[in-house]
Design a protein around this ligand. Structure first.
Ligand code: ZN
Length: 223
């Protein structure tokens, strides 16, 4: 799979079978702004919560444009249905369900959301398992997720103020023990300045073998 980092918490994942996944694309982000026409055709659209930097409005537009599957926690998914998205999968924390060719597990996220509740997603594909944590503080159940699921690629927020900082995120990474960890949700605006190199150092201090992959907006990771 190709994993393209857009900015903040936004990723576009292209699978070998030709299908594409978007997670929390923020089109008006200051680092790599995109027009809707710049977003390739999506088969699956994931939204962790409805804060502006996770751009629920565009997620709904993309899902409608491409007749893609849309998923989020119950209240947000219900809202997307009301806005005219046809293929909506509703879930909530702890739930596991199929969506097209994917298996999805919704995880806790200690955060807030104006509609519904914030979540993270474990996404099982034929090419590996991704865990996008959404926006969250640290929580103890991460150890349980690490035991239960074999995570290949973890996307973890490190920006502080609204989410974990890099130190807390290094403990979260050690709990989950992925093969690769991608720091996200930092340096997009002044309130969330962090040094990802410090995160990399802190992960090593945890004696965690996860490979830290620092991505600039537009970078692609081949997995
Ligand atoms: Zn948020």
């Amino acid at each position: 799979m190709h994993i393209k980092f857009i900015a903040q918490s936004g990723f576009i994942i292209s699978l070998e079978n030709g299908q594409s996944i978007s997670i929390d694309l923020w089109l008006n982000n200051p680092l790599m702004p995109l027009e809707l026409v710049d977003v390739p055709k999506m088969d699956y659209v994931f939204t962790t919560h409805d804060h502006g930097d996770h751009d629920l409005t565009s997620a709904i537009e993309i899902a409608k444009r491409d007749n893609a599957w849309f998923t989020s926690s119950y209240g947000i998914a219900k809202y997307a249905s009301e806005q005219g998205v046809e293929k909506v999968e509703r879930g909530n924390v702890g739930g596991e369900y199929s969506m097209g060719d994917l298996d999805v597990i919704q995880t806790l996220a200690f955060h807030s959301s104006d509609i519904g509740n914030p979540v993270g997603f474990i996404i099982e594909t034929n090419e590996g398992t991704i865990y996008h944590m959404g926006d969250t503080g640290y929580f103890n159940e991460l150890k349980f997720y690490g035991e239960l699921y074999d995570i290949d690629i973890l996307m973890v927020p490190i920006g502080s103020r609204y989410t974990m900082d890099s130190l807390q995120a290094s403990f979260a990474t050690a709990d989950i023990n992925p093969e690769i960890v991608i720091p996200m949700h930092y340096n997009t605006f002044p309130a969330i300045q962090q040094d990802p190199k410090e995160f990399e150092f802190q992960v090593k201090e945890r004696e965690c073998n996860a490979k830290v992959k620092i991505m600039k907006p537009g970078d692609v990771l081949e997995y």
